[in-house]
Design a protein around this ligand. Structure first.
Ligand code: SF4
Length: 292
């Protein structure tokens, strides 16, 4: 859920929330606790086990951290795992979020270092790595992945995976996003990735980070059912679920459930409620072992 939308001073070429691009996204102030709690409750009822809150900041101010800490404690109180993505963090800010009950922090590397400045010029790759270190030092679990379909070459996709897999330890959660080409963003005219190359990306993430949750993230709507099915076979074991992923559309939650059913996959929640374990790419790594 986007808890603070738009007006971001960064210029990430894929992002409709940058204040630099005319995308029709209106800047909004941070949501109130009640609104976020309502959405978290609905997500829980729809089968989600972790609730992610995103805010469009380059880096939060300390007073922002205080407000987000309130959201985190409230969502945690519902029995959900919590995740946040708020931009670059200082060590004391990461500690404050941990103390509020944050489980995961999302901070994507986006692409390989060699292609990074083609995507964003308002920060350096090293700043991403520094925040990841601050997050890890605070005892938070790391959710970190990237985006494909931004005009990068295969070597850049390999470079992204190499960066992720060589983080020590590699991220617990690895979202792989398929660029949603939003009109008004600099990358809106990028050549879409070949769907089978997207599946390869998932497979290589699975092989190089065997215990990570490899997540199908933004752009699932564009992939269609058949490619998503191949992604699960290639080792994806998580999806972002809900009507929106921050500001871009997500498949309908019922359509997701139907697809998982068709493929014989079960959610972690279904299992915890006592259903028999089955072919289970949604829980394990998808290869039939139990490493998940
Ligand atoms: S991706 Fe995040 S940091 Fe970049 S412009 Fe969008 S909201 Fe800002």
């Amino acid at each position: 859920m986007s808890v603070k939308t738009g007006g971001c001073p960064e210029n990430c070429g894929y992002c409709p929330q940058s204040a630099e691009f005319d995308t029709g996204v209106k800047a909004q102030k941070m949501l109130e606790v009640d609104e976020v709690l309502q959405a978290a409750q609905a997500a829980k009822q729809a089968g989600a086990t972790r609730f992610c809150m995103g805010a469009a900041w380059r880096a939060p101010k300390d007073r922002d951290i205080d407000k987000v800490a309130g959201l985190i404690s409230a969502v945690k109180g519902l029995g959900l795992e919590t995740c946040a993505t708020l931009g670059m963090l200082q060590p004391d800010q990461a500690l404050a979020l941990k103390a509020a009950g944050l489980d995961y922090y999302n901070h994507n590397l986006d692409t390989a270092p060699e292609y990074y400045q083609d995507v964003v010029s308002t920060r350096q790759y090293q700043e991403r790595l520094d925040t990841l270190q601050n997050v890890r030092d605070a005892g938070l679990r790391v959710c970190c992945g990237g985006i494909v379909g931004m005009g990068e070459a295969p070597v850049h996709r390999a470079g992204l995976i190499a960066q992720l897999a060589n983080l020590n330890p590699y991220p617990d959660s690895v979202p792989i996003n398929n660029l949603v080409r939003v009109p008004g963003t600099p990358l809106a005219e990028s050549e879409p990735i070949d769907p089978l190359d997207f599946v390869r990306m998932i497979a290589v993430a699975r092989i190089t980070m065997p215990k990570a949750r490899v997540r199908l993230s933004a752009g699932r709507q564009q992939l269609g059912e058949a490619v998503q099915a191949l992604c699960f076979l290639a080792g994806a074991n998580s999806i972002f679920y809900g009507d929106k992923l921050l500001v871009t559309g997500n498949p309908d939650a019922n359509a997701d459930l139907q697809l998982l059913r068709k493929l014989g996959l079960r959610s972690r929640q279904t299992q915890e409620e006592g259903a028999a374990p089955a072919a289970n790419a949604a829980q394990g790594c998808g290869c039939g072992c139990t490493c998940g």
